[in-house]
Design a protein around this ligand. Sequence first.
Ligand code: HEM
Length: 322
Amino acid sequence: VQLFLKTHDAVFCSRPKIQASELISYGNKGVAFAKYGPYWRHMRKFFTLELLSNAKIEMFKEMRREDVCGVVEEIKGVSEGSDKDFINIVLSLMESNNAHGVQLDLDSIKAILLDMLAAGMDTSATASLWALSELMKHPLALKKAQEELYHVIGLDRMVEETDLVKLEYLNMVIKETMRLHPVAPLLIPRESVEDVIVNDYLIPKKSRLIINAWAIGRDPNVWLGDPEEFNPSRFANSDIDLYGRNFELIPFGAGRRVCPGLQLGLRSIQLVLAQLLHCFNWELPDGASPCDLDMGEEFGLVVSRAKHLFAKSTYRLKLEKL
Ligand code: HEM
């Protein structure tokens, strides 16, 4: 993987022509399936700087807070919504002709919003659900994560985004979940833009590259101990992160086409998971035993649980109104 996504990243940086993606993204006008070249470069810049910069992530902090409170209230029995969105930003950039070198038309706006929905929502939601499932299957890890929340935050208030960096164990839980359940197990296919020799093999231009992040995450030659075992503590005192620098853990890909939503995706998973674990105690219904929890996968645009997760929640905060 390092040879392809680092040494020869500049060669394997395009995407193959796939009819389905061409149809859903208005002729590959988004970022995810655009072929490598000036259009992708401009769109990616636009996407990264205008929609996913740290400043924009910060700007939507309140919305995420409202949404997560909404989820908690919904589980408690009330529900709530929000009417703000990214569309305002994109439309005003279109009108001001200030979109990093691309002429935005309505189709490119629809394609880019589709990128955000398709690449951004199911991925983070599915990853959070895998994390909650693994914790329900491993009650000791669940207890440890809740104890950390108790010590860092206490039961008198909800989790705030500024707490997230302090939640070391929770972050290890997320890494371990994404190791075992990368929601895009084969990443997104790449295509080479020129002939190249990799490890003495000639790989012709337009070859399709598929990287199996799922298999790497479970490879006994890469991971110490039993790689099939869910053990967040394997990341204690380890430098391995999720940013595409460590090729044994690449759920967000790596190289120049690494996921631009990585920060936002991670922040969403951390916040949702932390909030759910902090606000509620969770148990399987009807006295079911954790070891019976079915962890089967269903292949799709993202790999999600084959069976729904049914869980019983009990509110645990001292706070009545969020
Ligand atoms: C758990 C959350 C997420 C996961 C696991 C994930 C995973 C991935 C992966 C594996 C790739 C392909 C990388 C490569 O080819 O090396 C990718 C690309 C992409 N992701 Fe994400 N993603 C997540 C969240 C998001 C979010 C929140 C957004 C935006 C709102 C987003 C937008 C994109 C886009 C636009 C691309 C294509 C980039 C390009 O081709 O240049 N993703 N993502």
